[in-house]
Ligand binder design. Structure first.
Ligand SMILES: C[S@@+](CC[C@H](N)C(=O)[O-])C[C@H]1O[C@@H](n2cnc3c(N)ncnc32)[C@H](O)[C@@H]1O
Length: 344
């Protein structure tokens, strides 16, 4: 039986985005957050952790709204609120170790150091915390404008709950982080948007572009959903900070659509939808030793057999290029350029 929403621990109350709350804004919003843009179906569980709740929770099955709302609203919880035994099992199975926010911050600072050509632009690390820099972020280089910073593409590979992209809460302690102290790659872009967009129209335009520029992929379906929820709630925090009111459902639908494209479910070792590679029937019938007995065989997926990224027969995941091509492309095509310099 699924856990009910009573008797939630303090940590859960602080950080767990209850799927019922999203459904309350509008059930269509949660439905959208569960979509897989490549297949047009829903994302899959891709973890055995929930199989005890029934056959619909099988790792190969899609996640549906009714499986995670109402009596089932506590089924999906962020890692920091999961039981220790479940955390340990997920470490063994999928190397699921979430990076503490102060380490995400130190590494994100390095990304910015490379971009700005100077140290500690957004904050100065201070042990396991950081001191947020005061004043507006300055852009000195003519080519490196604030707009170029907001548009610069960032990808968190195997993103889990996406702690490098957004830092609403510290992934290890579960403490909520105030918006002006957040250190995610998206949070940094939103600081720049807040500091540079004086009128509401430009704030809306550039906040959407900030969102369109951050990407992440992940194998396990519960983490994909939590990462999407984290981005959505992070965006809502900034929206409310700016306008002092809740965004409308129509607007949230547009925001969720960007998030659902940009945070996607993928087997990162193959660039395909998890479990989509398959055996095919062997069309060359084999004549066996005993003359006219014919045996039908099966062939494995050629990509899996040869560990060749470009010849899988599964469904290659698609990502959306919002700024240049304005259409979706297979994610693997982005890696093909890099392959000219050596096998990935
Ligand atoms: C060490 S955690 C890192 C999560 C997050 N980036 C962080 O720093 O906290 C590794 C993540 O990789 C995911 N993962 C494992 N194998 C994967 C695969 N083949 N494709 C995509 N993600 C995978 C796990 O589910 C897990 O969430």
């Amino acid at each position: 039986m699924a856990p009910n929403s009573e008797n939630r621990s303090e940590i859960e109350k602080r950080i767990d985005i209850i799927e019922d709350d999203i459904a309350k804004i509008n059930p269509r919003l949660l439905k959208l957050l569960l979509k897989d843009k490549t297949t047009g179906k829903n994302i899959l569980w891709c973890t055995k952790d929930y199989e005890e709740y029934g056959p619909e929770y099988d790792e190969h099955s899609q996640i549906f709204v009714e499986l995670i709302t109402c009596g089932n609203s506590r089924v999906i919880q962020p890692r920091a609120a999961k039981a220790k035994a479940v955390q340990e099992m997920r470490i063994r199975k999928r190397a699921e170790v979430f990076t503490p926010s102060w380490i995400c911050n130190a590494q994100n600072n390095q990304v910015d150091e490379a971009w700005f050509g100077r140290l500690n632009v957004f904050n100065t690390p201070n042990g396991t915390r950081w001191i947020t820099s005061s004043g507006n972020i300055e852009f000195f280089d003519k080519k490196k404008t604030w707009q170029a910073y907001v548009d610069a593409k960032r990808l968190e590979i195997t993103c889990g709950e996406a702690p490098y992209l957004v830092s609403r809460y510290d992934t290890t302690t579960g403490d909520l982080v105030p918006i002006y102290e957040r250190i995610g790659l998206f949070d940094r872009k939103m600081r720049v948007v807040n500091e540079n967009c004086t009128d509401d129209e430009s704030w809306i335009k550039w906040s959407k572009r900030a969102l369109q520029s951050v990407y992440g992929y992940e194998f396990q379906g519960d983490s994909v959903l939590i990462a999407r929820e984290n981005l959505l709630y992070d965006y809502i925090d900034y929206y409310k900070g700016r306008f002092n009111e809740e965004p409308t459902f129509e607007f949230l639908k547009e925001i969720a659509n960007i998030i659902v494209w940009n945070i996607w479910q993928m087997d990162g070792l193959k660039c395909v939808v998890p479990y989509s590679c398959h055996e095919t029937e062997n069309t060359n019938y084999q004549i066996t030793l005993f003359d006219n007995i014919e045996e039908k065989g099966t062939n494995p997926c050629p990509g899996c057999e040869k560990n060749d990224l470009l010849s899988h027969n599964g469904i290659y995941c698609r990502v959306f290029d919002w700024t240049n091509l304005k259409k979706s492309i297979p994610f693997v095509s982005l890696l093909q350029g890099g392959m000219k310099h050596g096998k990935i």
